[in-house]
Ligand binder design. Structure first.
Ligand code: HEM
Length: 174
């Protein structure tokens, strides 16, 4: 009888050790190793799983914010005697739609821009109408005051202006 019990108990203990204890121990060791790797990389468990920062487009309020901004922006541009001459004869609904898609794209929103690239789109204005730095500054100023009017904070305004400013050389064909 005792022999029978021993014959049963040893395989049973072996089964428990291999089937239950060993996997738990191994999982523990693997987890610790992974944590050590994150620590080495300077990543806390929180930082390692933190979401990627929102695009400027999303931070501003997405499509509704860009719609409102483009609307106010062109109202300001068209009431500026120094630059409104450039827009004479231009279909402003189409222009606003293109500007909307362009800004959406460069601010990190959906990319649905199908218009011309900035160099091609403004070349004739530089060559035939003398589009220059001072006109560009007026446009940036209108964009800045538009965003301020919409309640966008100074820091975000500066970020958007930096994005707009990044096309300066293309717009002025330099
Ligand atoms: C941040 C700077 C600027 C941006 C992002 C911008 C954006 C655009 C875009 C997306 C278009 C449409 C291109 C197309 O036809 O497919 C466009 C066209 C145009 N832009 Fe600009 N622009 C900028 C600066 C300026 C400035 C400084 C002026 C003049 C004061 C200007 C005047 C025009 C005009 C008149 C058109 C229409 C040209 C035409 O259809 O013949 N833009 N711009």
């Amino acid at each position: 009888m005792e022999q029978q019990l021993t014959a049963f108990i040893y395989p049973f203990i072996l089964f428990v050790v291999l089937g239950v204890v060993a996997p738990v121990l191994l999982a523990n060791v693997a987890d610790k190793a992974a944590r050590r790797k994150d620590d080495d990389a300077g990543l806390s468990p929180v930082a390692a799983s933190a979401p990627v920062e929102k695009s400027l487009y999303d931070q501003l309020g997405g499509a509704a914010a860009v719609d409102a901004a483009v609307d106010i922006f062109y109202r300001r541009v068209l009431s500026d005697a120094y630059i409104k001459v450039f827009f004479e004869g231009i279909d402003m609904d189409k222009q606003a739609a293109k500007q909307n898609a362009f800004l959406t794209m460069v601010l990190g929103g959906p990319n649905n821009y199908t218009g011309k690239d900035m160099r091609v789109g403004h070349k004739h204005l530089v060559e035939k109408m003398g589009l220059n730095e001072s006109h560009f500054e007026h446009v940036l100023a209108h964009l800045r005051s538009t965003l301020a009017e919409l309640g966008v904070g100074d820091e975000k305004v500066a970020e958007v202006i930096a994005v707009a400013d990044s096309v300066r050389d293309d717009v002025l064909n330099r």
